[in-house]
Unconditional design. Structure first.
Length: 131
């Protein structure tokens, strides 16, 4: 079934043929996609460090028994960091239209990267019973 679509007037420079200035700005924003990878690595290292500390202080069996709580805490931290990143990068989203080559679209993609690489592996997938 074909969906009705209202024709929209688009600025060619910000939709199909961006100037070099916009391409350079997009490249700068793309480097921020590394930040969620670093955050998820830091959460993983903190989780492993916590388990190691538990094993060293209380013994291996206590660390094994507390492993679920450590994972739960890691998921909570991942969720909070992702929500904070969304509010810092995008803020409240209102119904509007933006060209593909706009700061809002780029920041929204970085916020989505936080969801995909921080919240989903540490929190969301486990909450719904997926791996």
């Amino acid at each position: 079934m074909r969906l009705r679509r209202r024709p929209a007037e688009a600025d060619v420079a910000t939709t199909y043929d961006p100037p070099l200035r916009l391409k350079a700005m997009r490249a700068a924003v793309e480097t921020f996609r590394l930040l969620p990878m670093l955050v998820t690595a830091a959460i993983g290292l903190a989780m492993l460090g916590s388990l190691q500390a538990l094993a060293r202080i209380f013994g291996f069996w206590w660390a094994a028994l507390c492993g679920g709580l450590v994972l739960l805490a890691a998921g909570a931290v991942a969720g909070v960091i992702t929500v904070a990143a969304k509010w810092v990068l995008v803020g409240r989203i209102r119904a509007s239209e933006f060209p593909l080559w706009s700061s809002f679209v780029w920041r929204n993609e970085v916020a989505d990267t936080f969801v995909e690489t921080v919240a989903a592996p540490w929190f969301a997938r486990a909450a719904v019973g997926r791996r």
